[in-house]
Write a protein that binds this ligand. Sequence first.
Ligand code: GUN
Length: 290
Amino acid sequence: MAADIIDGKAFAAALREKVGEAARAFGDKAGRKAGLAVVLVGDDPASQVYVGSKGKATVAAGMASFEHRLPEATSQQELEALVRQLNADPAVDGILVQLPLPEHLDDKAVIALIDPDKDVDGLTDTNIARLANQQDGLFPCTPVGCMMLLADRLGDLSGRNAVVIGRSQLVGRPMAQLLVNANATVTIAHSRTRDLPQVVRGADIVIAAVGRPEMVRGDWIAPGATVIDVGINRLDPEPGASKGRLVGDVAFDEAREVAGAITPVPGGVGPMTIAVLLRNALVAAYRHEG
Ligand code: GUN
């Protein structure tokens, strides 16, 4: 039987609606809008698109958007000065520095400067520690969005076997930590993992976050498993087409024949990331107002 399709787009739209209502309530209470600042350095086309969408979604949710687009030649000092200024600005509740930064900039030093209570990406050491210690904090948007989809689909994750493929700071590692905090049994698989197909076959929950098009095959998936595909990869264009197809890290057509439920690409995890970003910014705003 074909898997249920997890409609991340609809889930994200409902979440954005809820955040919009809460943002209005925040405005009435605080006498100002919650504010999210997004910093983009350079002219990477994909990042330009992401930052544009984040700004639009912020305004649509009734929040103030502060976009800072800096030239490729921006120095470390200039970027750090901007982060300090945003840290000090009471109209700014959340700060996101779009990654990757141009090569000549030190992303770790920039992230370390962000006020942890404005760190809507959850990338500062303070928020990583809070996640590990099961304290309140701000946690990376994509993994939080995946957890929401899993909770909606499966309810309690206690005792379930989860395999996270990928160990990035932004997705794999925090994803694994969130799953452990929810009492799942978690394996983090990566490029050095031996016999990955066999590891994935033991999973009730598969999170694919490696950035390799259609790497996870249908015969790796245990019957009935829940598959969350974080990958967004553009294939080379077919002859005559101007753009290649977007695919995930999972071979969707194969996996949907075996899985119990699966997120599509596009329309699965992607829309959740922005919805959770707005939620994180609003959570930060409420905390700032006490
Ligand atoms: N680049 C791609 N995704 C993200 C994200 O979620 N946050 C940041 N800061 N940069 C990104």
